[in-house]
Design a binder for this molecule. Structure first.
Ligand code: ADP
Ligand code: MG
Length: 293
């Protein structure tokens, strides 16, 4: 690529809200055939609200909310922030937390009011011998089948309740997916979230392929596997979780609204956090390269 054409490309990129890191970037973009999209914060706004609290027999809703809300107040995860905010609105001030631990991609644990708490995926509670009773299992499944995220709450060796949060799809995501397809690219959604919730979100934006329940450390392996199959992969993400996969991808695109770690690991930054800019970026670089061929 000639320096002049690149300057035109990067200048136009800035107008479109796309920051381009290096000159090799545009070159690799041309061959991309697959776009892997993180779900939370990329396809969706990542801003969740607490919708529902379901308790096991004999448990008190306010207590489930108060203890879970207190624990989640120490976490920066969007699910956690929705729970802490919802809890504070419904039960008031939240008690302090000791020995808080974040269990990547699974949930959180800590001590609240002398109770050993866990909030997270059902699997996390099951691993700690806190099997969910049937009524909580089915409440989780029902919420997930609607594309909502349900997390389980347990303390002192027992599962006590389920909290349902939901994240809204960005209003521009469906159009962005259509544009990516129009460029001949295959979109694939990648998420740590459960398969049913992921499927429901994918359906809303027109993504057919979904890879769900992927632990943060395994996202990079999904990208590698696609590359081994001969695919040239663009990855779009926003989270600390996504950084390794963004770096591994042939083209890494970070949401400007996301974390600094994701932005540093990427080749391009979509300044406004609008997924349509991913299609703009690929279109622009193909055109820029077309000019110089
Ligand atoms: P994504 O890939 O969609 O951004 P993560 O890898 O961050 O999702 O999380 C995967 C799953 O782990 C979440 O859907 C949730 O069930 C659980 N989880 C992670 N962090 C928390 C938390 N702080 N509180 C409750 N659940 C959590
Ligand atoms: Mg994310």
């Amino acid at each position: 690529a000639t320096p002049t054409a690149l300057m035109v490309g990067t200048g136009r990129g800035a107008q479109l809200g796309i920051l381009i890191k290096g000159s090799e970037v545009l070159e690799s973009t041309r061959r991309v055939d697959t776009v892997v999209l993180d779900k939370t914060g990329t396809v969706t706004t990542g801003k969740m609200t607490l919708l529902d609290v379901i308790t096991a027999d004999g448990e008190d809703t306010a207590q489930v909310l108060r203890l879970a809300g207190a624990l989640e107040d120490s976490s920066e995860h969007p699910i956690a922030q929705a729970i802490a905010k919802g809890a504070r609105e419904k039960v008031g001030a939240l008690p302090p937390v000791e020995q808080f631990i974040n269990i990547e991609g699974l949930g959180v644990q800590g001590i609240v009011d002398d109770h050993a708490m866990i909030v997270g995926r059902a699997r996390l509670l099951a691993d700690r011998a806190q099997q969910l009773p049937d009524e909580l299992e089915s409440a989780m499944r029902a919420a997930e089948s609607e594309g909502k995220t349900a997390v389980a709450v347990g303390w002192d060796g027992r599962a006590r309740g389920v909290l349902v949060v939901a994240d809204a799809v960005k209003p521009t995501s469906a159009e962005a997916i259509e544009q990516l397809r129009g460029l001949g690219l295959t979109p694939i959604m990648l998420t740590g979230d459960n398969a049913a919730a992921a499927r429901a979100i994918a359906d809303q934006v027109g993504i057919h392929e979904v890879i769900a329940e992927v632990l943060p450390a395994d996202k990079v392996d999904v990208v590698k596997r696609l590359q081994e199959q001969g695919k040239v992969v663009a990855m779009v993400g926003d989270g600390v979780n996504d950084a390794a996969a963004l770096a591994q991808a042939d083209l890494g695109l970070a949401m400007g609204t996301g974390t600094d770690v994701a932005i540093e690991a990427s080749d391009l930054t979509l300044v406004r956090g609008d997924l349509r800019a991913a299609a703009d970026a690929i279109r622009l670089s193909r055109r820029t390269l077309g000019t110089i061929k």
